[in-house]
Design a protein around this ligand. Sequence first.
Ligand code: GUN
Length: 298
Amino acid sequence: MSATIIDGKAFAAGLRGKLAEAVGQLKAEHGLTPGLAVVLVGENPASQVYVRSKGKQTVEVGMNSFEHKMPMTTSQNELLAKVDELNHDPSVHGILVQLPVPDQIDDHAIINAINPAKDVDGFHVINAGRLMTGGKGDDAPMVPCTPLGCLMLLEDHLGNLSGLNAVVVGRSNIVGKPMGQLLLSRSCTVTTAHSRTKDLPEVCRGADILVAAVGRPEMIKGDWIKPGATVIDVGINRVESENAKGRLVGDVATAEAMQVAGAITPVPGGVGPMTIACLLANTVTAACRQAGVEAPRL
Ligand code: GUN
């Protein structure tokens, strides 16, 4: 039997369509155009590609996009001054500083200088704390985009996640830790596994939901997967191929996994497109909260 493919590309396109409609309504009814500022320090080629895509998709759904490119030699104080300027700009509702930043800059200090209400990455300690403590209403967190996208795909495919065993492989602040919190908030029994986990294959075999976010090409093999499990592959790894640009693979050995899993996200075309769509969704949510307008249901 072959697993169902979870089409993140199509889901993300649908989400962007709903966002474009919501943005049109915010403009017409409240004179509100959500604005996203993205700051790129230096010339990391992968970051340049991501930032370009973010800007393009922001404009496509009708929002304002502000791109701030700063040189590789930018000091921490110069970047803090940029964040401060954006914090005080009323046309900017969301701020994202593309990571990684150059070595002379402390990324924690920068992230925590962003106004938590404009922190559309959801990386500020206040948002991480609100996610962990289950804040609602005025206390609701901005949720990190990649795990939010994974959760949307899981709920769309499985419906209610309550009681399921979820294993998240990876413990980064960007994906692994917030993913675990989100699954816990949906009443999953969550295990956060990582490179030091004893007998990782056996731990993975207990998962009804397996989220792979380790950044190691095709590390998770077919015989690590419980028959019928739902597998979410967050990895985007470029490996050598006949093609000069290489080939993209996930953290899961997809061809093997397809023989065992019930459903799986492909790479590319699975989680990747969801991340930017969720960034746009967070920007709309942030703009509504800042303007005191009810946020659209997406
Ligand atoms: N670099 C890689 N992923 C991300 C992300 O989600 N947000 C930011 N700010 N930088 C990144």
